[in-house]
Design a binder for this molecule. Structure first.
Ligand SMILES: Nc1ncnc2c1ncn2[C@@H]1O[C@H](COP(=O)(O)OP(=O)(O)OP(=O)(O)O)[C@@H](O)[C@H]1O
Length: 255
């Protein structure tokens, strides 16, 4: 029997992923605590999307252990409990925003009307409900994609770069929504959601409760923003990250 409410939302031990001939994730150990916003940051190609795919259960060649909400990643029973948004928005261009959401709600066997209205309001798209998805801006399309992930009120939301291409006001509004979801004051209001959000915009890191900083398929740091500032004697996550990279390079340099 899966433990539904205790323990971390995600627990990785020795998590390794090989893609082609490359070891893309190399023996990762970390926990993602429940009910918080955890940021996954690191340079392009460091393995963020691969890690998110592994957690969502869509990545092949995963070894080590990876538990999600108390059960092995990818188990059938997790399908409705984990919401996953990929970098490329998955929306049907020839349907309206509402029709897209009605369709995904039907797939999830949800009672559509109230749920669809709730997620439309959450992502601030109520005014565009009847627009064809194909006529939306890139930022609006990614918010439709986010809305589909919110439909089932998942306990864990895995969002791959959800704020790319958004203007500063929308980015701020989305981060406010993420924190309301974590506090349990948005969504269906039934409790705090755990969010794992990737970004390579370092100023977004300051908005997270916790950070997983990655580099070359490894976890460089797993801490709160404040603890990272303290530990590295820096005032921003960006400066902390650079300090940690320098320290890692020094350790790896041939003597
Ligand atoms: N199909 C594949 N076969 C082999 N290697 C791959 C494949 N897909 C991705 N990779 C490699 O895996 C590594 C991690 O890719 P991943 O997409 O997880 O990085 P990322 O941190 O999400 O990057 P970005 O921020 O640019 O999206 C990269 O070095 C990439 O070249």
């Amino acid at each position: 029997m899966m433990n539904k409410t205790e323990g971390p939302a995600v627990r990785a031990r020795g998590l390794t992923v090989v893609r082609g001939k490359r070891t893309v994730l190399d023996g990762l150990d970390f926990d993602v605590p429940r009910g918080q916003v955890t940021g996954l940051l690191g340079p392009s190609g460091c393995g963020k999307s691969t890690l998110m795919r592994a957690i969502a259960g869509t990545q092949a060649q995963v070894t080590g252990s990876l538990d999600v909400l108390g059960g092995p990643a990818g188990s059938a029973s997790l399908r409705s409990r984990v919401g996953y948004c990929t970098q490329a928005p998955s929306v049907y261009d020839d349907l309206t925003v509402r029709q897209n959401l009605d369709y995904f709600a039907a797939v999830l066997r949800l009672r559509a009307r109230g749920t669809v209205d709730r997620v439309l309001a959450d992502v601030d798209l109520a005014d565009h409900a009847d627009s064809l998805a194909g006529n939306l801006s890139g930022g609006q399309r990614s918010r439709v994609s986010l809305a589909t992930a919110l439909l089932g009120a998942p306990e864990l939301l895995v969002l791959d770069e959800p704020t790319v291409g958004l203007d500063p006001v929308l980015r701020r509004d989305l981060w406010d929504l993420f924190h309301r979801l974590a506090r349990g004051t948005a969504g269906d209001g039934t409790g705090g959601t755990t969010l794992l959000i990737s970004s390579h915009v370092m100023d977004e890191a300051e908005r997270c409760d916790r950070l997983l900083l990655m580099r070359s398929g490894r976890v460089l740091a797993d801490d709160t923003p404040a603890a990272l500032h303290d530990r590295t004697g820096t005032g921003t996550v960006e400066a902390a990250f650079l300090r940690l990279v320098e320290a890692a390079n020094d350790m790896e340099a041939p003597r």
